[in-house]
Design a protein around this ligand. Sequence first.
Ligand SMILES: N[C@@H](CCC(=O)N[C@@H](CS)C(=O)NCC(=O)O)C(=O)O
Length: 217
Amino acid sequence: MKNITITGFRSIPPFAMGLVRDLRIRWALEEAGFAYDHHPIEVEARNAPENRAFHPFGMVPAFEGDGRRLFETGAILLRLAQDSEALAPTDRDGREQMTAWMFAALNSVEPAVQNVGTLDTLLAGEPWAAQARPTMVQMAEYRLGQLADWLESREYLTGRFTVADILMATVLRILRHTDIVAGFPSLAAYLARCEARPAFQKALADQIAGYAAAEAA
Ligand SMILES: N[C@@H](CCC(=O)N[C@@H](CS)C(=O)NCC(=O)O)C(=O)O
């Protein structure tokens, strides 16, 4: 794939650094060895017409490759997976299992995890936040416990590394300010395994360097 551009935010508060979802795409691109341009946009300008034309919800990341545009990290990763065996198996069953785990990360795990993340950050000042938190944590732990069982005997979600692991690991990272993941040894080991990958380290370093450069400018 050629002429790849992804969007991200130019600068963000420290609590969100290393969590903004362009990291998912940067990581996949590093795993695949695809060069790309990063197009930073101001958070405040995310709903400007040119940004909404690229991403209907004014979010990041948006993606362009080979002259074709796409949004939603799951869809972008599926597309990248078509072009790189580093990101996905080539057999039909392997692809189907990978796709199932992509949906599981985005649809079954991320909402429960994101509830806790949002409560602890954007909603932390609300008077009812402390009251709601134990229930939100309990709901996240219920789902994470099931995931931990699955990962007890597996290195990666489908046995080998795929884009599903990029989604799941970045979902788990949303809880990095808590000790929730550490409470599940197989999950903590899985996350550490994913984060130790050189492609992840490079993607993270590049994202953080982008924020530092914006701050210095
Ligand atoms: N489901 C979307 C979520 C993207 C998303 O939540 N992006 C955040 C940054 S990590 C964003 O742009 N938020 C701005 C907003 O919601 O207006 C995806 O996976 O691509």
